[in-house]
Design a binder for this molecule. Structure first.
Ligand SMILES: C[S@@+](CC[C@H](N)C(=O)[O-])C[C@H]1O[C@@H](n2cnc3c(N)ncnc32)[C@H](O)[C@@H]1O
Length: 271
Protein backbone atom coordinates (compact mmCIF):
# COMPACT_ATOMS: atom_id res chain seq x y z
CA UNK A 1 0.00 0.00 0.00
CA UNK A 2 1.31 3.45 -0.90
CA UNK A 3 1.48 5.76 2.08
CA UNK A 4 1.87 9.51 2.24
CA UNK A 5 5.23 10.42 3.89
CA UNK A 6 3.30 11.88 6.85
CA UNK A 7 1.44 8.60 7.35
CA UNK A 8 4.71 6.68 7.15
CA UNK A 9 6.18 9.03 9.74
CA UNK A 10 3.16 8.58 12.01
CA UNK A 11 3.37 4.80 11.72
CA UNK A 12 7.07 4.91 12.43
CA UNK A 13 6.45 6.96 15.60
CA UNK A 14 3.83 4.45 16.65
CA UNK A 15 6.20 1.52 16.09
CA UNK A 16 8.99 3.21 18.02
CA UNK A 17 6.67 3.91 20.90
CA UNK A 18 5.41 0.31 20.81
CA UNK A 19 8.96 -0.93 21.09
CA UNK A 20 9.73 1.50 23.91
CA UNK A 21 6.63 0.31 25.74
CA UNK A 22 7.45 -3.36 25.23
CA UNK A 23 10.99 -2.96 26.55
CA UNK A 24 10.08 -0.31 29.16
CA UNK A 25 13.20 1.61 28.21
CA UNK A 26 14.04 4.80 30.08
CA UNK A 27 12.21 7.87 28.87
CA UNK A 28 14.07 9.80 26.21
CA UNK A 29 14.41 13.54 25.99
CA UNK A 30 11.34 14.85 24.22
CA UNK A 31 9.39 11.66 24.86
CA UNK A 32 6.40 11.92 27.15
CA UNK A 33 7.56 11.88 30.72
CA UNK A 34 7.31 13.31 34.16
CA UNK A 35 9.51 15.27 36.46
CA UNK A 36 9.32 15.10 40.18
CA UNK A 37 9.37 12.45 42.84
CA UNK A 38 7.61 9.13 42.79
CA UNK A 39 7.39 8.71 39.03
CA UNK A 40 9.66 5.73 38.51
CA UNK A 41 7.14 2.94 38.67
CA UNK A 42 6.85 0.64 35.71
CA UNK A 43 3.08 1.02 35.72
CA UNK A 44 3.28 4.80 35.47
CA UNK A 45 5.87 4.62 32.75
CA UNK A 46 3.86 2.08 30.80
CA UNK A 47 0.73 4.18 31.08
CA UNK A 48 2.44 7.25 29.68
CA UNK A 49 4.16 5.44 26.85
CA UNK A 50 0.97 3.70 25.90
CA UNK A 51 -0.56 7.07 25.78
CA UNK A 52 2.14 8.31 23.43
CA UNK A 53 1.24 5.53 20.99
CA UNK A 54 -2.40 6.40 21.34
CA UNK A 55 -1.72 10.11 20.91
CA UNK A 56 0.00 9.73 17.59
CA UNK A 57 -2.51 7.23 16.33
CA UNK A 58 -5.54 9.03 17.67
CA UNK A 59 -4.53 12.18 15.85
CA UNK A 60 -4.30 10.13 12.67
CA UNK A 61 -0.86 11.37 11.69
CA UNK A 62 2.18 13.13 13.03
CA UNK A 63 1.25 16.10 10.83
CA UNK A 64 -1.01 17.32 13.66
CA UNK A 65 1.87 17.35 16.11
CA UNK A 66 4.29 18.85 13.58
CA UNK A 67 1.95 21.58 12.42
CA UNK A 68 1.06 22.77 15.91
CA UNK A 69 4.61 22.33 17.10
CA UNK A 70 5.96 24.73 14.52
CA UNK A 71 3.77 27.50 15.93
CA UNK A 72 4.50 26.64 19.55
CA UNK A 73 8.18 26.08 18.80
CA UNK A 74 8.27 29.69 17.65
CA UNK A 75 6.10 31.02 20.46
CA UNK A 76 7.62 29.04 23.34
CA UNK A 77 10.87 31.05 23.71
CA UNK A 78 8.95 34.35 23.84
CA UNK A 79 5.75 33.23 25.59
CA UNK A 80 6.64 34.50 29.06
CA UNK A 81 7.86 37.83 27.67
CA UNK A 82 4.75 38.06 25.48
CA UNK A 83 2.56 37.50 28.55
CA UNK A 84 4.56 39.75 30.87
CA UNK A 85 2.42 42.90 30.63
CA UNK A 86 -0.78 40.89 30.83
CA UNK A 87 0.48 39.05 33.90
CA UNK A 88 1.63 42.26 35.57
CA UNK A 89 -1.61 43.94 34.54
CA UNK A 90 -3.67 41.59 36.69
CA UNK A 91 -3.76 38.06 35.29
CA UNK A 92 -1.17 36.85 37.79
CA UNK A 93 -3.50 37.88 40.60
CA UNK A 94 -6.46 36.24 38.87
CA UNK A 95 -4.41 33.03 38.63
CA UNK A 96 -3.45 33.25 42.30
CA UNK A 97 -7.07 33.74 43.43
CA UNK A 98 -8.40 30.98 41.15
CA UNK A 99 -5.78 28.44 42.19
CA UNK A 100 -6.32 29.00 45.90
CA UNK A 101 -9.21 26.56 45.30
CA UNK A 102 -6.98 23.94 43.68
CA UNK A 103 -6.96 21.42 46.51
CA UNK A 104 -6.70 17.64 46.63
CA UNK A 105 -5.55 15.75 43.52
CA UNK A 106 -5.07 18.44 40.89
CA UNK A 107 -4.60 18.17 37.13
CA UNK A 108 -3.74 21.12 34.91
CA UNK A 109 -4.27 20.81 31.17
CA UNK A 110 -2.18 22.76 28.61
CA UNK A 111 0.20 24.00 31.30
CA UNK A 112 2.30 25.95 28.78
CA UNK A 113 5.50 27.31 30.30
CA UNK A 114 4.17 26.85 33.83
CA UNK A 115 2.87 30.28 34.74
CA UNK A 116 0.46 28.67 37.24
CA UNK A 117 2.99 26.46 38.98
CA UNK A 118 3.84 28.79 41.84
CA UNK A 119 0.21 28.95 42.97
CA UNK A 120 -0.45 25.31 43.83
CA UNK A 121 0.24 25.49 47.56
CA UNK A 122 -3.04 23.77 48.44
CA UNK A 123 -2.65 20.80 46.09
CA UNK A 124 -2.14 17.39 47.65
CA UNK A 125 -0.75 16.13 44.35
CA UNK A 126 -0.24 17.88 41.03
CA UNK A 127 -0.05 16.63 37.45
CA UNK A 128 0.46 19.14 34.64
CA UNK A 129 -0.07 18.13 31.01
CA UNK A 130 1.16 19.90 27.90
CA UNK A 131 1.26 18.49 24.36
CA UNK A 132 3.84 20.73 22.70
CA UNK A 133 7.50 19.74 23.13
CA UNK A 134 8.86 23.31 23.12
CA UNK A 135 6.42 24.41 25.82
CA UNK A 136 6.87 21.12 27.68
CA UNK A 137 10.64 21.65 28.06
CA UNK A 138 10.06 25.04 29.67
CA UNK A 139 7.32 23.61 31.85
CA UNK A 140 9.67 20.87 33.05
CA UNK A 141 12.40 23.40 33.83
CA UNK A 142 9.99 25.63 35.75
CA UNK A 143 8.56 22.65 37.62
CA UNK A 144 12.05 21.75 38.81
CA UNK A 145 12.41 25.29 40.20
CA UNK A 146 8.94 26.05 41.49
CA UNK A 147 6.96 22.85 42.00
CA UNK A 148 9.13 19.78 42.59
CA UNK A 149 6.05 17.80 43.57
CA UNK A 150 4.57 18.26 40.08
CA UNK A 151 4.46 15.47 37.55
CA UNK A 152 4.74 16.81 34.01
CA UNK A 153 3.10 14.66 31.34
CA UNK A 154 3.04 15.18 27.59
CA UNK A 155 -0.56 14.89 26.49
CA UNK A 156 -3.26 16.85 24.67
CA UNK A 157 -6.42 17.77 26.55
CA UNK A 158 -8.49 15.74 24.09
CA UNK A 159 -6.79 12.52 25.09
CA UNK A 160 -5.77 12.42 28.75
CA UNK A 161 -3.80 9.36 29.87
CA UNK A 162 -5.47 9.02 33.26
CA UNK A 163 -8.00 6.75 34.90
CA UNK A 164 -11.63 7.82 35.24
CA UNK A 165 -12.42 9.89 38.34
CA UNK A 166 -8.76 10.24 39.31
CA UNK A 167 -8.72 13.99 40.11
CA UNK A 168 -10.56 16.35 42.45
CA UNK A 169 -9.78 19.48 40.45
CA UNK A 170 -8.86 20.19 36.82
CA UNK A 171 -7.40 23.58 35.89
CA UNK A 172 -7.61 25.14 32.43
CA UNK A 173 -6.17 28.60 31.80
CA UNK A 174 -6.15 29.96 28.24
CA UNK A 175 -6.43 26.46 26.77
CA UNK A 176 -10.09 25.94 25.81
CA UNK A 177 -9.71 28.68 23.19
CA UNK A 178 -7.43 26.36 21.18
CA UNK A 179 -8.10 22.74 22.08
CA UNK A 180 -11.11 20.85 20.72
CA UNK A 181 -13.66 21.89 23.34
CA UNK A 182 -16.08 19.00 23.07
CA UNK A 183 -13.40 16.33 23.30
CA UNK A 184 -11.35 18.16 25.94
CA UNK A 185 -14.30 18.87 28.20
CA UNK A 186 -15.42 15.26 27.77
CA UNK A 187 -11.99 14.13 28.93
CA UNK A 188 -11.96 16.62 31.81
CA UNK A 189 -15.33 15.31 32.94
CA UNK A 190 -14.14 11.71 32.67
CA UNK A 191 -11.00 12.20 34.77
CA UNK A 192 -12.76 14.31 37.43
CA UNK A 193 -14.48 12.48 40.27
CA UNK A 194 -18.24 13.18 40.55
CA UNK A 195 -18.53 16.54 42.29
CA UNK A 196 -14.98 17.45 41.23
CA UNK A 197 -14.34 20.97 40.00
CA UNK A 198 -13.09 22.53 36.79
CA UNK A 199 -11.32 25.84 37.51
CA UNK A 200 -11.14 27.97 34.40
CA UNK A 201 -9.68 31.24 33.17
CA UNK A 202 -10.43 31.59 29.47
CA UNK A 203 -10.75 34.34 26.92
CA UNK A 204 -14.10 34.10 25.17
CA UNK A 205 -16.67 35.60 22.83
CA UNK A 206 -17.93 38.95 24.09
CA UNK A 207 -21.49 39.41 25.30
CA UNK A 208 -21.45 42.78 23.55
CA UNK A 209 -22.74 42.10 20.00
CA UNK A 210 -20.51 44.77 18.42
CA UNK A 211 -17.36 43.40 20.00
CA UNK A 212 -18.45 39.83 19.20
CA UNK A 213 -18.78 40.81 15.52
CA UNK A 214 -15.31 42.36 15.66
CA UNK A 215 -13.99 39.12 17.19
CA UNK A 216 -15.59 37.17 14.34
CA UNK A 217 -13.80 39.41 11.85
CA UNK A 218 -10.45 39.10 13.63
CA UNK A 219 -10.65 35.39 14.36
CA UNK A 220 -8.64 34.37 11.29
CA UNK A 221 -5.72 36.52 12.45
CA UNK A 222 -5.86 35.21 15.99
CA UNK A 223 -6.01 31.66 14.68
CA UNK A 224 -3.07 32.28 12.37
CA UNK A 225 -0.82 33.90 14.97
CA UNK A 226 -1.59 32.06 18.20
CA UNK A 227 -3.57 29.08 16.96
CA UNK A 228 -6.71 29.73 18.97
CA UNK A 229 -10.19 31.14 18.48
CA UNK A 230 -11.06 34.47 20.09
CA UNK A 231 -14.82 34.08 19.65
CA UNK A 232 -15.65 30.80 21.39
CA UNK A 233 -18.63 30.49 23.71
CA UNK A 234 -16.67 28.58 26.29
CA UNK A 235 -19.08 28.99 29.20
CA UNK A 236 -21.87 27.46 27.12
CA UNK A 237 -19.50 24.66 26.10
CA UNK A 238 -18.67 23.94 29.76
CA UNK A 239 -22.38 23.77 30.59
CA UNK A 240 -23.04 21.76 27.44
CA UNK A 241 -20.50 19.18 28.65
CA UNK A 242 -22.66 18.60 31.73
CA UNK A 243 -20.91 20.84 34.26
CA UNK A 244 -22.78 23.17 36.61
CA UNK A 245 -21.12 26.56 36.71
CA UNK A 246 -20.87 27.43 40.41
CA UNK A 247 -19.29 30.85 39.98
CA UNK A 248 -18.11 32.98 37.12
CA UNK A 249 -16.64 36.43 36.83
CA UNK A 250 -16.82 38.21 33.48
CA UNK A 251 -13.75 40.39 33.26
CA UNK A 252 -11.05 41.36 30.77
CA UNK A 253 -7.60 40.17 29.82
CA UNK A 254 -5.43 43.18 30.59
CA UNK A 255 -2.95 44.57 28.07
CA UNK A 256 -4.29 42.32 25.34
CA UNK A 257 -5.70 43.12 21.88
CA UNK A 258 -9.33 44.19 22.10
CA UNK A 259 -10.58 41.07 20.32
CA UNK A 260 -9.00 38.72 22.90
CA UNK A 261 -9.95 40.73 25.98
CA UNK A 262 -13.29 39.28 27.15
CA UNK A 263 -12.38 36.83 29.89
CA UNK A 264 -14.25 34.40 32.15
CA UNK A 265 -12.81 33.19 35.43
CA UNK A 266 -14.65 30.71 37.58
CA UNK A 267 -15.48 27.19 38.66
CA UNK A 268 -17.79 24.45 37.41
CA UNK A 269 -18.83 21.24 39.15
CA UNK A 270 -18.76 17.86 37.48
CA UNK A 271 -21.99 15.78 37.74
C1 LIG B 1 -2.10 30.35 25.49
S1 LIG B 1 -1.17 29.01 26.05
C2 LIG B 1 -1.65 28.91 27.75
C3 LIG B 1 -0.60 28.26 28.59
C4 LIG B 1 -0.93 28.24 30.08
N1 LIG B 1 -2.10 27.45 30.34
C5 LIG B 1 -1.09 29.61 30.63
O1 LIG B 1 -2.10 29.89 31.27
O2 LIG B 1 -0.17 30.41 30.47
C6 LIG B 1 -2.03 27.62 25.34
C7 LIG B 1 -1.37 26.31 25.69
O3 LIG B 1 -2.21 25.25 25.28
C8 LIG B 1 -1.40 24.26 24.69
N2 LIG B 1 -2.23 23.47 23.78
C9 LIG B 1 -2.39 23.60 22.44
N3 LIG B 1 -3.21 22.66 21.98
C10 LIG B 1 -3.59 21.93 23.05
C11 LIG B 1 -4.41 20.79 23.23
N4 LIG B 1 -5.03 20.25 22.20
N5 LIG B 1 -4.54 20.28 24.47
C12 LIG B 1 -3.92 20.85 25.52
N6 LIG B 1 -3.13 21.93 25.42
C13 LIG B 1 -2.96 22.45 24.20
C14 LIG B 1 -0.32 25.03 23.99
O4 LIG B 1 0.78 24.21 23.70
C15 LIG B 1 -0.03 26.09 25.02
O5 LIG B 1 0.91 25.66 25.95
Amino acid sequence: MLLHPRQRHAERLGELADRRTARAEPLEDGAPGRVGEGCESQVDRGMILNHWVHYNRAQGSAAYARRVSLRWTLIAPVYDRFMHKTEEGGVRELRRALLADATGRVLEIGGGTGLNLRFYDGAESLVVTEPEPAMLRRLQAKAREQAQQAEVVQAPAEDLPFEDASFDVVVSTLVLCGADQTRSLGEVRRVLRPGGRLLFLEHVRSEDPDLARFQDRMNWLNRLVVGCECNRQTLAAIEGAGFTVSRVEHTTLPEAPKFTRPLIVGAAVSP
